[in-house]
Design a protein around this ligand. Structure first.
Ligand code: NAP
Length: 254
């Protein structure tokens, strides 16, 4: 049993759907006060209302320095401080290098990598005042562990988050703030529905645990990293993928 995080102030970026919504729900269910952040205010507000426990919605583009600062200040004003940043928002357009506009490369880097830096930088002055400051990044197995055609920019951004973390966590350590990353495998989100049952079954078959992950699987890993009990863990990664990166060949799955 982990020490309760009830009453802690949490920002979850990219929380209007998908993994971020799952993280936000897991934290709210534990009594944390969650700021649900996405660029679309009404969607963020709808999720906040759905998960309850005093959650509120906020609109910010994490690629903007001004907007990430406003996001951090909103959490402090509404929830009396800031204890935990879940830097989760990310985008993953799929385009092969030959067809990729340089602008698309920049857009992915601005959101996934610079957006991580800006979110951490904006929250840092407030996290320093917490007695249990935590930063939890949502990276991916794609980039740090695996590759997939069309995701060269995405993989680079997700590996880049870990490079950023390994220095940032040392800087944050002097303020007793820890910083770790969760690396999801294939997680079931709204977007996957469109791919159809056959595609989902093929995906699941490639995973040793034979199922696609749930958003709460990522939320629970983030919750552990946010806990008091995880206070001596920093700069580390937790892969949450049902064993997806492990098989050496298709035979290993038979
Ligand atoms: P998703 O369902 O597409 O949701 C993305 C969320 O991020 C939405 O709330 C979106 O809302 C928000 N967002 C996008 N750009 C933003 C920006 N510039 N500023 C603020 N919010 C922004 O994505 P997901 O699949 O849950 O992925 C979430 C994270 O998990 C990403 O970092 C992704 O790389 C990682 N991940 C996902 C999987 C997976 O299987 N799904 C696997 C590995 C890693 P708005 O568009 O309204 O802003």
């Amino acid at each position: 049993m982990l020490t309760s995080i009830a009453g802690r102030s949490v920002i979850v970026t990219g929380a209007s759907k998908g993994i971020g919504k799952g993280i936000a729900r897991v934290f709210a269910n534990q009594g944390a006060k969650v700021l649900v952040v996405s660029r679309t205010l009404d969607e963020a507000q709808a999720v906040a209302e759905e998960i309850g426990n005093g959650a509120s919605g906020f609109s910010a583009d994490i690629a903007s320095w001004e907007q990430t600062q406003a996001m951090a200040e909103a959490a402090v004003e509404r929830n009396g401080g800031l204890d935990i940043l879940c830097a989760n928002a990310g985008i993953y357009p799929q385009t092969n290098i030959e067809d990729m506009d340089p602008e698309e490369w920049d857009q992915v880097m601005d959101t996934n990598l610079k957006g991580t830096f800006l979110s951490v930088k904006a929250c840092l002055p407030h996290l320093k005042k917490s007695d249990q400051g935590r930063v939890i990044l949502t990276s991916s197995i794609t980039g740090p562990e695996t590759g997939f055609p069309g995701w060269s920019h995405y993989g680079a951004s997700k590996s880049g988050q870990l490079g950023f973390m390994r220095t940032a966590c040392i800087e944050l350590a002097k303020h007793a703030i820890t910083m770790n990353a969760v690396l999801p495998g294939n997680i079931y989100t709204e977007g996957l529905d469109d791919l159809g049952d056959d595609y989902l079954a093929t995906m699941a078959a490639s995973i040793p645990l034979k199922k696609i992950g749930a958003v709460e699987d990522i939320g629970n890993a983030a919750l552990f990293l946010a806990s008091k009990e995880a206070n001596y863990i920093t700069g580390q990664t937790i892969i949450v993928d049902g064993g997806q990166i492990l098989p050496e060949s298709l035979e290993a799955l038979e």
